[in-house]
Design a protein around this ligand. Structure first.
Ligand code: SF4
Length: 475
């Protein structure tokens, strides 16, 4: 439990998409005013939840699969440096080149240099959370390179000059008539008679993307998994766009968070059962593409792997918080979260929204830059129940709330409460005093300053007529 990987620095400011422009409560307040957004979200999350629940119920050993996934991830975190060194050796032996990126700036620089060296002014991209996290598209554009997102939902977000709002369904906040408008406005060569029929919209995107796949020599991807024992990388996706990106171009650059490594092929067997059922509600993933270095004359001939830290070592250094690195980005926790269902993903200000974002983003950036996110939860525990790798998100939220900055008055009040509660006689006096305050008419009101902020959004509980101690003494 003492694994460290490099210096535990947090993700740098001014680059990437881990920090929002405003705290969660203010952003959520604005989002709640958008009734169309709430309708879209409710429809989408309810549909995915239902589908996923049905296929999970088919597996009698689902809970044991969850246990296995959790155990494999805990093992990976306990020996991450060794596994990454093994992965680097195997990828290199197979003809790939491994690069280590301490943070977003370094990763962006590495990828931009590689694309320039390949002589391309355009790259095709497979949907990737890691490249969104580091703001790779912006870095490429600054260097005069055009990134083209090839996942349909990511394409909608990119053409709409928008931000993703869900890990798996980035355009979940858009309905089909909004998508039609975006395509008419921004998609090159689109049919002006385009309707909002989903197959028609998909066909328009396919036409545009086919031409791009066939004329671009560099692809950038993320990776869902990497197998240390063989140096194999893997991407799972549903549309086949990933398969095109991973096989057609001459140069393939993969940006992967260091936590994605798995020790062996056998481990993959567990995750390929957990991921599709928990995420899209499918029995198996439609497209699973695996590649190991370079195969002469077949597929990309220049294969690069960029291993990204960007705050992950800092997360690993926290023995409670490191569970956030177990995440396989299935988005099941988003789809069951009552807070996410009402606010949508943009309110979280990070590429990682919902319950997992509320625990991952503050750890990657340092708690002071995302201090409101651990409070973006009712602590109902639905995320814990839904998580296929059993990440205890509620406990981590409480842990991070403790680490978040608190006003001195609140800290002092909590210290006084802890002191009182750990001394039975003093606690009994305090209860009597509280009862007196109730009789004196403070019932239903907030606390006086400087504690009034605490009751601004909460009701002060009423003190009972009789305390348990008095009740017990009477008997
Ligand atoms: S925390 Fe669990 S449920 Fe949420 S996205 Fe990650 S793996 Fe899925």
């Amino acid at each position: 439990m003492t694994t460290f990987l490099g210096m535990p620095a947090t993700a740098p400011r001014g680059v990437g998409h881990l920090r929002g422009d405003q705290p969660f409560p203010r952003a959520a307040h604005d989002a709640l005013g958008d009734s169309q957004l709430r309708r879209n979200l409710r429809h989408a999350t309810t549909t995915i939840r239902g589908k996923s629940g049905r296929v999970i119920a088919e597996l009698p050993d689902w809970q044991r699969l969850r246990d296995a996934g959790s155990a494999i991830k805990a093992d990976v975190m306990s020996r991450l440096p060794d596994l990454l060194a093994e992965l680097e050796s195997r990828v290199t032996e197979a003809g790939g080149v491994v690069h280590w990126a301490a943070d977003a700036n370094e990763a962006n620089r590495i990828v931009t240099d590689l694309v320039r060296r390949a002589g391309s002014e355009r790259v095709i991209k497979v949907k990737s959370m890691a490249t969104q996290e580091i703001g790779l598209n912006e870095a490429l554009e600054d260097a005069g390179i055009t990134p083209v997102e090839t996942d349909l939902a990511e394409l909608i977000v990119q053409l709409g000059d928008d931000k993703p709002s869900h890990i798996l369904v980035p355009a979940i906040h858009r309905n089909r008539s909004e998508i039609r408008e975006i395509f008419l406005r921004a998609m090159p060569g689109v049919d002006p008679e385009l309707t909002d029929d989903p197959p028609v919209l998909a066909a328009a995107a396919r036409r545009y993307l086919r031409e791009t796949f066939l004329s671009t020599s560099v692809a950038v991807s993320g990776a869902n998994f990497a197998i240390a024992e063989t140096g194999t990388l893997g991407v799972v996706e549903s549309e086949g766009n990933g398969r095109m990106c991973l096989t057609l171009p001459d140069t393939l650059i993969t940006v992967m968070g260091i936590e994605k490594v798995l020790p062996t092929w056998r481990d993959l067997e567990v995750f390929l059962q957990l991921l599709p059922r928990a995420s899209t509600g499918e029995r198996m993933n439609p497209y699973t593409t695996m590649w190991t270095g370079v195969t002469p004359g077949d597929g990309p001939q220049n294969v690069h792997l960029v291993l990204l830290d960007n705050g992950r070592s800092a997360v690993l250094a926290d023995t409670v918080g490191r569970q956030a690195l177990h995440c396989i980005r299935c988005s099941a926790c988003l789809n069951v979260c009552p807070v996410y269902e009402r606010t949508g993903g943009h309110a979280y200000g990070s590429v990682y929204p919902g319950p997992i974002g509320a625990v991952l983003s503050p750890q990657l950036t340092g708690i002071e830059d995302n201090a409101s996110l651990p409070y973006a939860s009712s602590l109902c525990g639905a995320c814990f129940d839904a998580c296929p790798v059993k990440i205890d998100i509620p406990s981590m939220l409480v842990h991070l709330r403790d680490k978040a900055p608190h006003p001195p008055a609140e800290r002092a009040a909590m210290a006084a409460a802890a002191y009182t509660m750990s001394r039975p006689r003093l606690y009994a006096y305090a209860q009597r005093a509280a009862k007196m305050a109730r009789i004196a008419g403070r019932r239903g009101r907030g606390l006086p300053p400087p504690l009034s902020g605490w009751t601004a959004g909460r009701d002060l509980p009423e003190f009972p007529e009789q305390t348990f101690r008095d009740w017990w003494a009477q008997r």
